[in-house]
Design a protein around this ligand. Structure first.
Ligand SMILES: Nc1ncnc2c1ncn2[C@@H]1O[C@H](COP(=O)(O)OP(=O)(O)O)[C@@H](O)[C@H]1O
Ligand SMILES: [Mg+2]
Length: 352
């Protein structure tokens, strides 16, 4: 049996999404292979070992299940390689072989917790510190992908403390309207806005500034929205490509999680060459970032000329069994449980 520690929750606005993702992960992990301990991190950043029913995780009820939760921390002591659990006066230790962080967004996907995993000396699923940090920061990943010659939307970076009037002049000259305004380091469309004129641009910048001091503004790309799943360490494989078809103006938080009208089309109905181009760019983007484990790489296919433009990379993509990432692997014959096995294996094999 492999000792597996699964971590969920976290302090990001995607806390609830993590609870959904982890519920699928826990229900699908092969219980003959893994001895699982689960760590829940609250929105305030408190860590607990949770030993209760998995059914209480998605709703958040686990936090009230006081009989089944105990304060716990991951030790940075690389000789110990332990989760330390506080049970009244007693201290208990768990020694995981692998950690599986099912965390999205800030402090989960951005290299911070990965730094703690590195210190602990325990192998973990997904990307390392720098790849996670660069993948999370939309302005840094732009630079990495540009250096790998992957086409992207034109962009302008705005700092919260910049003079917005000057920056808006620059944006109007370089990008025009509509344009997209995004906090550099959020996910799930949190703080993302589409501006059709200067007034909307100002409002979108002010809104984005509440989430991050760095803001990315991009030209609008009118196209199909498609996603590709990538898996591997040195030997990186891309699954097929899926299309998301939001019924609203763009794929915002509600369209992602609250409204069921968005359809996924797997595989995307695109020319074979386009699918191959997307898969190649997805692998190239992953390698440019020095990726390991997994990623979902998102693109646009322009309506005007069918060309492919990279939008962003997600280093810990949504992982419910109806999420795009596992579905793309399912479409090429790798079922959800097997996908989890592969990710855990990749964590063990990752070359430091
Ligand atoms: N440059 C763009 N042109 C057109 N639509 C965009 C552009 N950037 C983002 N969008 C829309 O906004 C959504 C969220 O933006 P994205 O960059 O994917 O942020 P997040 O990390 O929050 O998912 C996308 O799924 C897409 O629908
Ligand atoms: Mg996105």
């Amino acid at each position: 049996m492999l000792e597996l520690c699964v971590i969920f929750g976290g302090q990001s606005p995607e806390h609830e999404i993590s609870r959904k993702s982890v519920t699928s992960v826990l229900n699908n992990l092969n219980k003959d292979k893994y001895n699982i301990s689960t760590i829940g991190i609250t929105k305030n950043g408190a860590w607990y070992l949770y030993t209760g029913d998995y059914a209480k995780i998605e709703s958040g009820e686990w936090e009230q299940d006081t009989e089944n939760k105990k304060k716990a921390i991951l030790s940075p002591d690389a000789e110990d390689k332990a989760i330390i659990v506080f049970d009244g006066d007693k201290v208990m230790k768990i020694h995981p072989d692998v950690i599986f962080p099912v965390l999205h967004g800030e402090f989960g996907e951005d290299g911070t917790i990965q730094g703690l995993f590195e210190l602990s000396g325990i192998p973990y699923v997904g990307m390392g510190v720098m790849a996670s940090a660069n993948g999370m920061d939309k302005t840094s990943s732009k630079i990495v992908f540009a250096s790998a010659d992957i086409p992207q939307a034109d962009w302008v970076v705005v700092n919260k403390t910049d003079n917005f009037e000057d920056k808006m002049d620059e944006i109007e000259n370089k990008l025009g309207y509509p344009c997209f305004v995004k906090p550099a380091r959020t996910g799930s469309s949190v703080g993302v806005g589409k501006a059709h004129d200067r007034k909307e641009l100002k409002a979108a910048l002010e809104n984005a500034a509440q989430f991050d001091r760095k803001i990315l503004v991009e030209e609008n790309i009118d196209g199909h929205e498609v996603e590709c799943a990538v898996l591997g360490n040195e030997d990186v494989k891309a699954a097929t490509v899926g299309e998301i078809m939001p019924t609203v103006e763009f794929y915002d938080f509600d369209a992602k999680y609250n409204d069921n009208s968005t359809e996924l089309k797997i595989p995307a109905d695109l020319p074979k060459e386009t699918i191959e181009q997307i898969r190649e760019y997805a692998v190239r983007a992953f390698k440019a970032l020095d990726g390991s484990g997994l990623s979902r790489v998102d693109f646009f296919v322009k309506h005007s000329d069918g060309s492919v433009v990279l939008n962003e990379i997600n280093t810990l993509p949504g992982f419910t069994n109806i999420s795009m990432y596992p579905k793309l692997w399912g479409a090429v014959g790798i079922e959800y449980s097997e996908l989890l096995d592969k990710l855990i294996e990749l964590a063990e094999k990752r070359v430091k």
